[in-house]
Design a protein around this ligand. Structure first.
Ligand SMILES: C[S@@+](CC[C@H](N)C(=O)[O-])C[C@H]1O[C@@H](n2cnc3c(N)ncnc32)[C@H](O)[C@@H]1O
Length: 391
């Protein structure tokens, strides 16, 4: 990989992936200011076979001089090297880029533009759907009782600079803001409905100062070494490559700061009475999510994942949300929302037959029964892990 730092931006070429990348803000005053970038592009284009990928996912600004230079380079490269195709990889996070680069298709149809996060994680639609809002609200209400006490043990102190990545509907950020009064609080998510909801809740409750950001946790535009405490809850389990997200959490954390993650192991949900039926259903939940490339069993793997990312002083523990934590109906509401999601939309998409769906639903109904039973017990276990970014 060859890299060239320039004023405000960096260009590099990765030979293995045939990928030319530009990161940062490209605003030259004259074409000559881009001489090194032009040279690197031309040598890169000469060295590839088939498709050259031009990655502009993290190119946040581009003036007209720079756009014209890039456009010319791509058009000329396609004309000079027969058989060369160029695929420009943009991101929805940088709104203008897909529109702008798409105009090049009209000039040369060997130039394609692909918005990489239009449909990028299998199963993404389940978590970006506005239906998930009620579920996330109830989940956070129940987990907060435990996490409020756990967070200081994992290093959170008042007045810190904090980021909550994959913040969902922002309830956790609001609770953090009230309880720990951070000096800066950024909450990032890739769901526009969830962020819109988060902004409304914060304004309805008169909570100012939370910076809600639309972004991709795997390619954040946030700078390195910014935060004392970075949280990412119930989200590593929905990515097919959680290590990519952890790398980003590590990057934005200050040296000496800590990253805090929570994850589940769904097959360990439990309840009595009707334990067997409940157990069967949650084993099936894990299998179903694996089908959509989500690892809902990631909880106990968090320690290894954090150590592999480079964190030190990894601290890990688990807690169990139960029907005895407060109003049992709250617990039952979570299970009802899971039932409607897993035994509804997801079974339809996987093409499950009626007999399976009926047994699958029954396990959730039995879990609700256990939660609401006068002598029943129902639980949802969660693993918390945190680690320090070494100095
Ligand atoms: C299971 S929810 C958890 C939300 C929140 N942390 C909570 O505990 O309530 C997962 C969240 O990850 C978000 N998400 C999924 N892919 C993302 C991505 N690539 N970048 C940022 N957020 C993403 C979803 O929109 C969703 O809000």
């Amino acid at each position: 990989m060859a890299g060239l730092p320039q004023k405000g931006f960096e260009v590099s070429f990765d030979e293995n992936n045939q990928e030319f990348s530009i990161v940062g803000s490209m605003r030259p005053e004259r074409t000559e200011d881009l001489a090194d970038c032009i040279k690197l592009f031309q040598t890169s284009a000469r060295s590839v076979r088939g498709t050259l990928y031009v990655n502009v996912k993290r190119l946040v600004r581009l003036n007209n001089i720079a756009f014209r230079v890039l456009a010319d380079l791509m058009v000329v490269a396609c004309a000079d090297h027969s058989g060369l195709r160029i695929s420009v990889i943009t991101s929805s996070v940088v709104g203008w880029s897909t529109r702008k680069f798409s105009s090049l298709r009209a000039v040369n149809d060997n130039i394609q533009v692909e918005q990489y996060d239009a449909d990028f994680y299998p199963g993404q639609s389940f978590v970006e759907d506005s239906d998930i809002i009620a579920l996330l609200r109830t989940q956070t209400k129940l987990t907060w009782r435990h996490e409020r006490d756990l967070l200081p043990k994992h290093g959170l102190k008042a007045g810190m600079q904090v980021a909550d990545i994959c913040c969902g509907i922002g309830d956790f950020a609001v609770l953090l803001s009230k309880e720990f009064e951070p000096s800066r609080l950024v909450a990032l998510d890739h769901s526009k409905p969830s962020l819109a909801y988060a902004r409304t809740v914060a304004s309805d409750f008169g909570i100012g100062g939370i910076e809600y950001i639309y972004g991709d946790a795997a390619e954040m535009l946030l700078e390195d070494d910014q935060f004392d405490f970075v949280t990412c809850r119930h989200s590593l389990q929905i990515f097919d490559r959680p290590e990519r997200i952890l790398k980003e959490l590590f990057r934005i954390c200050k040296p000496g700061g800590r990253v805090y993650v929570t994850n589940e192991k769904n097959s360990h949900c439990l309840g009595e009475p009707r334990g067997e039926s409940i157990q069967w259903t949650y084993n099936e939940v894990a299998r179903m999510l694996a089908h959509f490339n989500h690892d809902i069993e990631i909880g106990p793997k968090s320690r290894r994942l954090m150590l592999d990312t480079g964190f030190s002083e990894v601290r890990m523990e688990s807690f169990m949300v139960t029907n005895m934590d407060g109003d049992p109906q709250d617990f039952a509401d979570i299970i009802t929302a899971w039932r409607d999601l897993f035994a509804g939309k997801m079974t339809q998409l996987r093409g499950d037959d009626e007999a399976f769906v009926s047994r699958f639903r029954q396990g959730f109904d039995d879990h609700i029964f256990a939660a609401l039973h006068a002598k029943g017990y129902a639980g949802w276990p969660i693993w918390v892990a945190s680690g320090t970014k070494p100095l």
